[in-house]
Design a protein around this ligand. Structure first.
Ligand code: SF4
Ligand code: SF4
Length: 404
């Protein structure tokens, strides 16, 4: 008979697939040798930092392979985006093992050291448990894992409301990090109320860089584009994340999103200076770099970005608009749970999915007692079934996920 641990592991593997693999590639794009050989680089300047970067950088959060990171740097990638939260610091360690052999001016490293449990996920404001001394120790731990004396860009993640950016303890802590030489530049990362967070980051006057969720599934594109333009014209560097919009159209992963088209879509906006697509294989790396040969979005690629069979409720990416929250009588933090759903089914990053799910504060499951879910998602998702589905991850022990 299976013990509980084995049962959970088997269910886990069945439901979400094992390992740190994210995108599937359309067959025509797998192992494109000629594209690899002919790689041409397109550079943009990261705002007032003056750093020239290829428009393709690397999000390292979905890989544990140092050889892949090394190869990315050897091929010309400059910026690596990691975070303490990825694989419990092990992602920073893995990246550090590569960086230690490289001249310090040959790469640009960006990280953050925030404990997500100290944040109100809906507003991005730190709670009363935030301690600047502990925070500074976490920053030092990140530097140690990365084997560097300073990072090029240090990020305050989860910025959302204006208050989260102007929050005094966070502001002071960030300023100290720069003052003490632990970071050359400061930035915010935002994937909720982005337009508000971006404008606040400009207005506070202490930030150099913004990393924002930005992809073809955004329904508030105009509002977001205006905020991005405001920031770029004010001299801030703009980095786009969540560019693959969840990587798949379906939970079963039978319909991969054309990631070349998705990346090209993002780069049509000249105010976006670079992108950090999650990269977990050599094929991903080659495919992402190859798009620089021609950034033009073809008519066929534009069609690929339309939901299959016109089903607008397809896809795993929740744009975090928060309009669902006020509709749920139980006040569940649905956007955070939907992000967890995307990390699990789209990125297959169970560790991040579980962490995100736990940060939503979901302990019991009120959805079980609701006969009908009245929540109307702006993207058409079946909220109740997605919550009940991903909530199972709460029961899986953390160490099992790490070793699955
Ligand atoms: S309404 Fe839909 S898209 Fe908006 S935050 Fe809620 S789940 Fe996400
Ligand atoms: S089913 Fe869940 S999400 Fe929907 S209204 Fe009930 S508690 Fe809220």
């Amino acid at each position: 008979m299976q013990n509980r641990r084995k049962f959970l592991k088997n269910s886990l593997l069945t439901v979400t697939g094992a390992g740190l693999v994210s995108r599937s590639l359309p067959q025509s794009l797998v192992g494109n040798e000629s594209a690899e050989q002919d790689t041409k680089f397109v550079y943009r300047t990261l705002g007032k930092t003056g750093i020239r970067l290829p428009v393709i950088s690397m999000g390292t959060g979905n890989t544990d392979n140092p050889s892949l990171v090394r190869q990315a740097l050897e091929k010309g990638v400059k910026l690596l985006a990691t975070a303490e939260a990825y694989q419990n610091g092990n992602n920073e360690k893995m990246v550090g093992s590569v960086l230690k052999d490289k001249p310090r001016d040959s790469f640009v490293i960006m990280t953050n050291s925030t404990d997500i449990n100290l944040l109100d996920t809906q507003t991005g404001v730190y709670n009363s448990g935030f301690d600047p001394k502990v925070y500074m120790q976490r920053v030092d731990n990140s530097l140690e894992r990365l084997e560097v004396d300073y990072v090029d860009i240090f990020i305050q993640p989860f910025a959302a409301t204006r208050e989260s950016v102007f929050h005094e303890p966070a502001r002071k802590a960030m300023e100290n990090i720069k003052k003490m030489g632990k970071a050359k530049y400061l930035g915010i990362a935002t994937h909720r109320l982005e337009h508000e967070a971006i404008r606040a980051a400009v207005d506070i006057g202490m930030y150099d860089v913004i990393m924002t969720a930005y992809n073809f599934r955004r329904q508030n594109k105009e509002e977001l584009d205006d905020a991005i333009q405001y920031a770029a014209e004010s001299g801030l560097g703009i980095i786009a994340m969540k560019t693959m919009a969840g990587a798949f159209w379906d939970r079963e992963k039978t319909k991969p999103i054309n990631s070349t088209a998705a990346l090209k879509w993002v780069l049509q906006n000249k105010n976006v200076h670079t992108t950090v697509p999650d990269c977990s294989s050599y094929d991903h790396l080659n495919q992402d770099l190859a798009i620089m040969a021609n950034l033009e979005l073809t008519e066929e690629e534009k069609k690929d970005l339309e939901p299959p069979s016109g089903d607008v409720s397809s896809g795993l990416y929740c744009e975090q608009c928060s309009s669902c929250i006020r509709q749920c009588p139980e006040d569940i933090d649905i956007p955070t749970i939907m992000r967890s759903y995307m990390y699990a089914y789209g990125y297959r990053n169970l560790d991040l999915a579980r962490k995100t799910l736990c940060s939503s504060g979901l302990r019991t499951l009120p959805c079980h007692d609701c006969d009908n879910c009245n929540v109307k998602c702006t993207m058409g998702f079946d909220i109740r079934s997605r919550i009940l589905d991903i909530a199972r991850l709460q029961d899986v022990p953390e160490d099992l996920i790490r070793h699955a």
